[in-house]
Write a protein that binds this ligand. Structure first.
Ligand code: FAD
Ligand code: SF4
Length: 652
């Protein structure tokens, strides 16, 4: 849809107010209409702010025009958090510097759009790193990680982002710039006297903590691996422990619904000097998951579940086959990967021996593979890191979907939860891929569904409702790391009950009384299966696909099939080792990343760029800078071959 008159006025006003780029053209809006999730909403426009003043100016204009914003970092969210109708504020292009690393105190101050791998590269010079380690570390920004409260494989050792964020500089919904960090009682009192939005927060949030104290104690899920809702529990726990009042934990996990994070201070942890892995093989899921509490008694730094399905999938990719065979023997149903890490190799070897002895005494008779060299460890973890991307890269209309992908339950309930979920999926006639941060009770499930059919949409609804119900019944949460977004915010009240949900609504309206910040997430969300917010839906068509093509697309059905292979994971925004994608590396512009190009091509084929389809001139702009290096074909697990698509476009 072309921009309306009011959108054009909004764009003009933003252009006058900010120094960064403001784009309201059809192409850019299509490119930013998705993230790594199954969701899609075309935003009003996109701003890439250059500094904090730009962000404040954006909010001033947004308020004047009664519009809203969608803060965005790497856009690697799996639940549709960065998908919305407002103006996307992309922090990754300009606000991406390391400001200071203080190795003695163990923290870094950074701008919100900095990518995690880049901070870790800088911190490594001091033997430090960020504790939470999402598999998307090549793409995820510190702002996005904070707003999603991200974590990863080592959460039993390092917790979640909330355990490390010490302070944030934020722009509030009224455009005011604030610093949220630890405050003394005198500072809180002085701030609370101010007749400002910030002052109101210091008056009202403590009042909410008092009013909902019992609910907070009783109604949060029993698992610590929980990123649903606002973190009132952390504020209350700090208050009860006599710690200084700090509003930063409330911004963590708020999914861009409360404030724009511009800068943040994150605690760093020592990088473990040595790591070794023990890989255990199992014949069935129950046996693997029931083994987890036993393994945790041996003080590992991680226990991960990898299903046979994932192993077979990885073996099916030429680039992974040999790497997988180095740590998998035969064709197991599941693997558990146990990690020990620390300063002394001898201590790790002793921990490994103790575990293997105990397993033997306890009747474990399957293969045990050791990964004891840095190279073997890195081989296994890098395969593990890529599994989600691999599973998401299935050709054809039926895709592994992320909508019940990360519920977490107390560890002793994990096996029961997983088996019930497995049964529900089987009853719905669905193939399902499992893996898990087993040590944290967080199970990744991606049912394989075609949302282009009515049946697929019904399956999504059935599975979504059933799995969320099972997770809650097992005292768990709807989301243990990927966030609520459009996939799970709908269940917030079911998870927390009406009173705490009301408390969250009050938090939202205190911070954002006019609903300017990422509306429809956490509070007032649509149904997760609403076709209006889905990327693919029954009736989805590509009418502008050429009838005859120059290249053969049969392995992917047709040209659109190859374009649709891009699942939005954004690996093409990688700035570290590798080649993909040189044009993004040079410009830091989403339009010049493989993902941007795939989104543009998809829009051209559906007619969302207008009637010219592949003949659209704006498409030329995004494909022109593609160097045809084919790095995306090699380095992206989806195998999207943008060079081939560019040749096709030019030939057409
Ligand atoms: C293949 C793959 C693997 C993944 N593995 C993991 C994993 O292991 N663990 C995990 O936790 N997650 C994982 N994720 C999910 C996702 O990558 C993480 O949540 C990541 O931290 C998001 O970072 P981002 O910069 O891409 O944020 P975005 O997706 O851009 O944004 C995330 C949220 O933060 C908000 N936001 C962004 N920037 C700001 C800001 N400056 N101020 C306020 N709000 C802001 C957005 O509005 C949105 O709500 C994975 C995703 C993929 C595709
Ligand atoms: S072929 Fe084009 S899109 Fe793919 S990595 Fe090279 S420059 Fe990027």
């Amino acid at each position: 849809m072309p921009p309306t008159d009011s959108a054009i006025e909004l764009g003009d006003a933003l252009r006058r107010a900010v120094r960064g780029e403001v784009r309201f053209d059809r192409l850019t809006r299509q490119i930013y209409s998705t993230d790594a999730s199954s969701y899609r909403i075309v935003p009003a426009g996109v701003v890439t702010p250059r500094d904090v003043d730009d962000v404040a100016a954006v909010m001033e204009v947004i308020n004047r025009y009664s519009a809203s914003t969608v803060p965005r970092g790497g856009g690697s969210s799996l639940s549709g958090q960065t998908v919305g109708p407002g103006v996307v504020v992309d922090f990754s292009r300009h606000l991406n510097r390391v400001l200071e690393i203080n190795p003695e105190a163990g923290w870094a101050r950074v701008e919100a759009g900095l990518v995690l791998d880049q901070l870790n590269a800088a911190a490594a010079a001091h033997g430090l790193m960020v504790g939470p380690d999402p598999a998307s570390s090549r793409v995820a920004t510190l702002g996005g990680m904070s707003a999603n409260n991200s974590t990863g494989v080592h959460s039993i050792r390092y917790g979640l982002m909330i355990d490390h964020i010490q302070a944030v500089d934020a722009v509030l919904s009224d455009g005011s710039v604030v610093h949220f960090g630890p405050k003394t009682p005198a500072e809180v009192e002085a701030l609370a006297r101010q007749d400002t939005l910030e002052g109101r927060l210091y008056r009202e949030i403590p009042r909410l903590l008092a009013e909902y104290r019992d609910d907070i104690h009783q109604r949060y899920p029993r698992t610590w691996r929980n990123v649903a809702g606002y973190n009132l529990n952390r504020l209350l726990a700090a208050q009860e422990a006599g710690q200084p009042f700090n509003l930063a934990p409330l911004i963590v996990g708020s999914e861009g619904t409360l404030a724009h994070i511009v800068r943040l201070q994150v605690g760093l942890v020592p990088k473990p000097a040595h790591v070794r892995l023990v890989v255990l093989h199992f014949d069935d899921l129950r046996a693997a998951l029931e083994r987890v509490p036993f393994l945790l008694e041996h003080n590992p730094s991680a226990v991960e579940l990898l299903s046979g399905h994932m192993i077979r999938l990885a073996r099916g990719h030429a680039g992974y086959r040999q790497r997988v065979n180095r740590f998998v023997e035969g064709d197991p149903h599941s693997l558990l990967i146990v990690e020990f890490s620390g300063g002394q190799p001898a201590a790790l070897a002793a921990a490994r021996d103790k575990l293997v002895d105990a397993l033997g005494r306890d009747g474990y008779r399957h293969p045990i593979i050791d990964c004891a060299t840095p190279e073997a460890v890195s081989n296994l973890w890098s395969v593990r890191k890529d599994t989600l991307g691999l599973i998401m890269s299935m050709p054809g209309d039926a895709k592994p979907l992320s909508f019940v992908d990360d519920a977490a339950v107390p560890i002793e309930e994990l096996a029961g939860y997983a088996l019930e979920v497995d049964q529900v999926c089987r009853e719905a006639g669905l193939e399902v891929a499992f893996d898990a941060h087993a040590s944290a009770g967080c199970l990744h499930i991606t049912p394989i569904i075609s949302l282009k059919t009515e049946q697929g949409l019904r399956q999504m609804k059935t599975i979504s409702q059933a799995v969320m119900k099972i997770a809650i019944a097992h005292h768990g949460t709807t989301t243990g790391e990927h966030g609520e977004g459009l996939a799970r915010s709908y269940y917030n009240e079911q998870l927390y009950g009406p009173r705490l949900h009301r408390a969250f609504r009050q938090v939202k309206s205190l911070f954002d009384p006019h609903n300017r910040m990422n509306p429809g997430k956490i509070i007032d969300a649509p149904e997760p299966w609403d076709p209006a917010v889905l990327r693919f839906y029954p009736g989805y068509q590509t009418p502008l696909q050429p009838e005859t093509t120059w290249f053969d697309y049969s392995p992917h059905r047709d040209m659109a099939g190859l374009v649709e292979m891009c699942n939005g994971q954004g690996l093409c925004r990688n700035l570290g080792p590798g080649v993909m994608c040189p044009s993004y590396r040079a410009t830091r512009d989403e339009r010049h990343a493989t993902r941007g190009r795939a989104n543009a091509l998809r829009a051209a084929l559906t007619g969302d760029l207008g009637p010219d389809g592949l003949g659209s001139h704006s498409l030329y702009e995004v494909l022109d800078l593609c160097l045809e290096c084919k790095a995306c074909k090699r380095e992206c697990s989806t195998g999207v071959d943008m060079a081939k698509l560019k040749y096709e476009f030019l030939a057409q």
